[in-house]
Design a binder for this molecule. Structure first.
Ligand SMILES: [Fe+2]
Length: 150
């Protein structure tokens, strides 16, 4: 049984407090994004509901752009030294979302789409939170900037 089947059986979501950075505006957006990517994974795997899959993909595309803008605006505002590197990762993720969108347009339940959603969206995004976003959060805390984020 892999990790995802386990989540499915218990009804437990992948999002958990260990993914929280302690920055409410960012944490809320991360939770929303992770939950929707997870839902997309299960929609492709089990439901085979084309409209739902397409709707979730569209939401993830729109919402991730907004979320990345939020992070990048704060990075620029606070002159975060790794803004370029971090932004590049966001752009890579956007390319992945476009690929998924293309796959589900042609074939909503393609095994390739499922694989991309699992490894390049779900796992990738959780890792991104734990590494690059966590590092940005550390910078914000060290410089006492969290209070200036709304
Ligand atoms: Fe990020």
């Amino acid at each position: 049984m892999n990790e995802h089947e386990k989540f499915n059986v218990t009804g437990k979501r992948l999002w958990s407090s260990d993914l929280e950075l302690g920055i409410p505006i960012i944490d809320r957006q991360h939770q929303q994004l992770v939950n929707n990517i997870e839902e997309l994974f299960f929609a492709i795997k089990h439901n085979k509901d084309y409209d739902k899959i397409r709707g979730l993909t569209a939401f993830i595309k729109r919402y991730s752009i907004e979320h990345f803008q939020t992070e990048e605006e704060y990075m620029k505002k606070f002159m975060y030294p790794r803004v370029a590197e971090h932004t590049k990762k966001h752009n890579d993720f956007h390319q992945t979302v476009l690929k998924v969108e293309e796959f589900v347009r042609v074939q909503a339940t393609s095994p390739v789409a499922l694989q991309i959603v699992e490894s390049l969206m779900l796992r990738w995004y959780v890792e991104h939170i734990k590494s690059m976003d966590q590092e940005f959060a550390g910078f914000l805390r060290e410089n006492n900037l969290v209070k200036d984020m709304k």
